[in-house]
Ligand binder design. Structure first.
Ligand SMILES: [Zn+2]
Ligand SMILES: [Zn+2]
Length: 219
């Protein structure tokens, strides 16, 4: 799942913010989205005594509908691993239905059902999974630590035998072509990759799973 959600670049990787949001939300809710977008660009905010950012405006819109929000469940991520910054306001209506109001980059805000079982999933930005076609898989938590498939912590330098945070490699086929060791260009899609520390096959990066309510996940 989410095969193009994490792209390996030259010595770093980028998480597609839209895929990250999609992993945590159900179907978009067009009528509510239109309403919140219209509200947040209302001219009254231009004259307001204090500048209200989009998170403030999304919270006001929720309050006017009788939805509950809180500072603890309003987030702004501009992590360098994300393609675009994202603002999130989580809200609950009178029937306890859970919503996520989301603004990606400078887009108009949108309203979705929140499908996560735990608000903390909205704080989870950094982990990505290293997925090997040979069936090996790790959750790469941060610069120094990973989890294996049994959930056991592994130190980065024990697995990759090199400096923390840099498992990136260049495709051997591309390098061989550069060096004149092969005649035809390498057919791979990107020369930047991660080599499996167990079997040396090309790995990809995927979004680390977050727990969700299956009934609310997108159709
Ligand atoms: Zn290649
Ligand atoms: Zn492998």
């Amino acid at each position: 799942m989410h095969h193009d959600a994490v792209r390996i670049e030259h010595g770093y990787h980028l998480i597609d913010t839209r895929a990250w949001v999609r992993q945590r939300t159900g179907d978009p809710l067009p009528e509510l989205t239109d309403a919140v977008a219209e509200f947040t660009r209302h001219p009254v905010f231009a004259d307001y005594h204090r500048q209200l950012d989009t998170s403030d405006r999304m919270q006001l819109w929720c309050a006017a509908r009788g939805w509950t929000t809180s500072a603890e469940t309003s987030y702004y991520h501009d992590h360098t691993a994300l393609t675009e910054p994202v603002r999130i306001v989580l809200a609950v209506d009178a029937d306890r239905a859970a919503y996520a109001l989301v603004q990606i980059g400078d887009d108009a805000p949108a309203v979705f059902l929140d499908v996560t079982t735990d608000d903390a999933s909205w704080l989870q930005v950094e982990p990505v999974d290293i997925a090997c076609p040979g069936g090996h898989r790790w959750t790469w938590l941060n610069h120094t630590a990973l989890l294996d498939q049994d959930g056991t912590h592994i130190r980065f330098r024990d697995l990759f035998s090199r400096r923390p945070g840099a498992p990136y490699a260049e495709c051997r086929g591309c390098l061989a072509y550069d060096n004149g060791d092969r005649d035809d260009p390498c057919p791979c899609q990107s020369r930047y990759t991660i080599s499996c520390p167990t079997c040396e096959q090309r790995c990809r990066l995927e979004l680390t799973d977050v727990p969700t309510f299956p009934a609310r996940v997108r159709s």
